[in-house]
Design a protein around this ligand. Structure first.
Ligand SMILES: Nc1ncnc2c1ncn2[C@@H]1O[C@H](COP(=O)(O)OP(=O)(O)OP(=O)(O)O)[C@@H](O)[C@H]1O
Length: 264
């Protein structure tokens, strides 16, 4: 087993506000690990910690080891190496991840060109290949388009392809499918699952949806108020929530009214 991310007793606070209060999370190669919790529980802060992206003036303690490097104690050059080569993040809103006035090809190749010093035409060649891998047709034409000319689902595939361009081992998916309609969400989830298997990626999958995490993830951590309050395999967390909060989350799933109850 290769541990791609090992967060140990991580505490993050800004002035007097404790955002993370001592959490431990691991992600192995080849597994999808869910991070579930209500808004403000600290999910995004945890994922961003894997790139050493903390709020301004944050005080931190503990360890965040990515690919063998502890980001909290290593020199800045090693943090840059982790960001450039080991871990990539995809967000909820692909439209905000891409500059609306730049062509897709320029935005999607930016990291390869600017961080890795890859020649522009080589980077475009790699993107064409990756667009095929993520199921985008007519890749040469797509590179010339602007974000508003693509659907949300297509844009999220573009963002995933751009994230893969650095061949990361760890993918941090922060509500990456939440803004998509259900059919597109299912397609993107299937894509992430296939990419994980083919590339032996570790995926940290953030969602507020316990149902989705239980169905999709190998293991699930439940967060509340900056703490991990439950941690189980996806298969069991929904049926046997050990923590009262997880039980409440499971029970909070809206129940559809019976047909007779719906006024006509
Ligand atoms: N720069 C900051 N300064 C102070 N508090 C912050 C800062 N950034 C985040 N927080 C607080 O930390 C807590 C955790 O935020 P975080 O974004 O990690 O939660 P989350 O679970 O990802 O929520 P959401 O689902 O809404 O994105 C929140 O209460 C938030 O207000």
């Amino acid at each position: 087993m290769t541990t791609l991310l090992e967060i140990s007793d991580l505490k993050v606070s800004v002035r007097t506000t404790e955002i993370l209060r001592g959490i431990s999370v691991t992600v192995e190669a080849g597994e999808t690990v869910g991070l579930v919790g209500e808004s403000g529980s600290g999910k995004s802060t945890t994922a961003r910690a894997a790139l050493k992206l903390f709020p301004d003036q944050a005080a931190t303690s503990g360890a965040v080891v990515v690919g063998g490097t502890d980001l909290l104690t290593c020199p800045p050059a090693e943090v840059q190496d982790v960001r450039a080569n080991h871990a990539a993040m995809i967000f909820q809103a692909p439209r905000t991840a891409l500059n609306p006035v730049r062509r897709i090809g320029d935005s999607a190749t930016e990291r390869l060109v600017q961080v890795h010093g890859v020649r522009k035409n080589v980077a475009r060649g790699k993107l064409v290949e990756l667009f095929g891998e993520v199921g985008l047709r007519d890749p040469e034409r797509l590179l010339r388009l602007y974000p508003h000319q693509l659907s949300g689902g297509m844009l999220q595939r573009v963002v995933i392809a751009a994230a893969l361009s650095i061949d990361p081992r760890l993918l941090l998916a922060d509500e990456a499918t939440s803004a998509l309609d259900v059919t597109t969400q299912a397609e993107v989830l299937a894509l992430l699952r296939r990419l994980r298997a083919e590339r032996d990626l570790g995926v940290l999958f953030i969602t507020h949806d316990l149902h989705l995490a239980a169905a999709y993830c190998d293991r699930v951590y439940v967060m509340k108020d900056g703490l991990i309050v439950d941690h189980q395999p996806g298969q069991t967390i929904f049926e046997n929530p050990v923590n009262e909060y997880t039980r409440a989350l499971a029970a909070a799933v809206p129940k559809l009214p019976d047909r007779e109850e719906v006024p006509t």
